[in-house]
Design a protein around this ligand. Structure first.
Ligand code: HEC
Length: 103
């Protein structure tokens, strides 16, 4: 019983901090297949698209404003297609998570 209470508390606490934890789950389902768990970029995907994928935590990406990163997700960027199925809040959450990847 105690364990359940603690787990519930931790879950509630993490939900209260929305942003990054939710973004992490979204990232795992929507971005990780191509960008890797830490945003490092999958070599096989980079090869398939014949592009250089900058690690999402790198300076090249982190210096871009949120608006640009959101646009990448919603409208695509270069060889990356827009990511569908995310509402405004989810896009913001996923970007908040991308910010936590900063090297
Ligand atoms: C199907 C594979 C794929 C998925 C899924 C994907 N990406 Fe990408 N992403 C790419 C590729 C390939 C590039 C490099 C595009 C280029 O440079 O032409 C890229 C580039 C980017 C960039 C850098 C854009 C820039 O300004 O240089 C960001 C930021 C990014 N992706 C974020 C995301 C996020 C966040 C998600 C999930 C919501 C996501 N991507 C999902 C393949 C993917």
């Amino acid at each position: 019983m105690k364990i359940i209470a603690i787990t519930t508390f931790l879950l509630a606490a993490s939900l209260a901090y929305a942003g990054a934890p939710e973004g992490k789950a979204l990232f795992a389902s929507k971005c990780q297949a191509c960008h890797g768990a830490k945003g490092e970029g999958k070599a096989s995907i980079a090869k398939m698209f014949s592009v250089t994928m900058h690690p999402l935590g790198s300076k090249e990406i982190q210096t871009k404003p949120d608006a640009d990163l959101k646009k990448t997700v919603t409208e695509g960027h270069g060889k990356m297609k827009p990511v569908s199925g995310l509402d405004d809040k989810q896009v913001a959450d996923v970007i908040a998570f991308v910010r936590t990847l900063k090297e």
